[in-house]
Design a protein around this ligand. Sequence first.
Ligand code: ZN
Length: 452
Amino acid sequence: MRSIVLVAILLLASASPIMGNSTAQQPDIVQEHWYHSYLTLTTDVQSWAEDYPDIVKLTVAGQTELGRNLWVVQISDWSNTQNTKPDGTPKEIVYIDGGHHGNEHLGTELAFLTAEYYIEGWAAGEQEVLDVLTTTELHILIMLNADGNDIDTRWNINQVDLNRNYDHYWNTCETTQPGSSAFSESETLANSNYMNTMVSDADLYVTMHTGVWIMLYPWGKWPDQPSDWELFHGIRDEVHTNISEIPIQNANQGLYPNCGTSRDYGYGVMGFPTFTFETDDEQWLLGTTEPLSDRLGEELDVMKYLIDNVWYWRARLSIEEITIDDDVVNFDIVNDGRATTRNATLQYLNEETDEILWQSDNFTVNTTSRISVSTNGFDYDNGVWRLSYQKRIINSAQWVNETVNESLVSIIKVEDDGFLLGYGLFNPLSLIMALCVVAILKPELSEIEISE
Ligand SMILES: [Zn+2]
């Protein structure tokens, strides 16, 4: 019924000569006040893909139980055929979904507005947006529970709470309607498949809901702070200082104990930093009198902060200098990221076989800090250096192997005397210097000879 009403409005608006819009996208007046249905969302995302092919790719993550498409809007500057940043390194990846609960329209609209902000900002040539889209991929699944949205219900068509159906401590807490098993529903299975295949490198995952005005980080399952509490607390403090007073808490304490959620799955299984973004508590309505972009302006500012700074939401190690003294390797290492990493190593590999010839003792580098490490046992040549570490502390966090850029590394070989002598004999520069010394000394030698 709701869809039919919205279609009628859409047709009327499109027919109006005042709305002379060349595209099929919903006119702003409709977008700003009427929550999306599956039909109007489909119209809008298809228009984006048609109008902005340089930055918008539209794909489907799967289908709902009733066969509706789970549209994912992929937003980035796709003009670089290698799909890297201008410096050749991989782009950062952000994953966002909305609409797990079909009656929580403002959460779905925040996902839509986030996509719209970056698409329209790019079209308008806004520098901040251009910078983000040349370095970052945004993947936004705006409406996960399209079947529930259509009949304005929390549940999917099988009366399952999709946000209790994920395979992370599924059905191990007091909960209602979690489904017959983890991922029993096509919507959650498709969402997890997308996470595992398309955005497994993501350094931010935000899932959007409505209820209480709050942002929740893991865990829902336990009252304990997550392993990466420094990262979450750092974000909380910055948001509070600069952007919004929105409460930001561990989900279990901030809301109530919950399990099998996409947030806990995203962190516990995928290793992403995850937030549930709950916009204010309005539910059950079809639209809003205040324009959505005003109503969700503060929430969008928080999203811009999280997206624009995604580079920082992991450990980011770099070596300042490597010094080799006999068989001892000393190095200084900096973490520019906002997450701590443990069990990191510096490794020396055979360039051809990738065999690890030597590695340092394991070390920990706290968020935004510098440490020095010494490990002995080094006696190798002709290899390459790399750093091996996890992006965050949580066990599921992705491991990265980053080649140490040789041009940034100054390797000072401090040799023993015997080796220096041998080295000097065969070094062309030493040979030239020795000849010069002979040349300078020669007249004196001649004089001595004469004086005899
Ligand atoms: Zn919800």
